[in-house]
Design a protein around this ligand. Sequence first.
Ligand code: G1P
Length: 288
Amino acid sequence: MNNPLKKIIFPTAGLGTRFLPATKASPKEMLTIVDKPLIQYGVEEALASGMNEIIMVTGRGKRAIEDHFDISAELEANLKAAGKNEIYREVSHISRMVEVVYVRQKQALGLGHAVACATHWVGHEAFGVALADELIIAETPVMQQLRQVYEQTGSSVIGLMQVPAHLVSRYGIVKASQEKDGLLRLQDMVEKPQIEEAPSDLAIIGRYIFTPRLLELLADTKPGKQGEIQLTDAIARLAKEEPVYGVIIEGKRFDAGNPLGFLMANVELGRTHHKYGEAFTDFLHQLG
Ligand code: G1P
């Protein structure tokens, strides 16, 4: 019997070097997409996929994330007293919608290391991992798309997307084969390969569900690409021991951890926003 899959890890200790100088003194996870910080989109996706036990792996300078999901009694009292009911409801909802545990990654030793920092809080259960930089707008939340395959198979599942050849060196790239039942089973994967070494054009997009075995493998995974402990290397080992499936995700994905993707995400979510969408779309038309 599969466990109910409630836990999800958000690695948020990264230095945000792709977005300097904006991220010099503020966490990149708190960059605003229209009217909410990036991390909130990730947390809302997790909740919509039935995962409400959140483990944030943070580092120095990330206190604003904790404050964002905390209750701000003073702010709430002010908003209430001023009769600003709509925004009061929104602000109080954020702090009550999730239980979050914060774990500190003391050194930036890689994504695999960040995930391993949460081992104690995960225990012996399957769990999700989501990279908040990757903002994905989808009719069925992406973690839910993965969950469906997890519930069918009881195995680890990874979100994938086709990328153009010149971008494969930015991602973990998988080698996959089609199973009889239409599922994509992963044989192997390489972190950020050169195009000539890439086993396919299917990239890992920062949404994962793992069996607890992954954490055991991570514990003795050696530093790989860029001298970092790579999550991809541990998944490749897992795929040699037990089935790991891939799901080509349905949705619009933005790499909001760099300025260009961030701008695109703001335009896309701005023009469809319930409050600002109409005026913003008019503005875009005026630009021609
Ligand atoms: C990480 C993973 C990589 C994945 C990517 C998705 O890389 O290591 O396998 O394709 O996220 O965004 P990063 O972008 O953190 O260097």
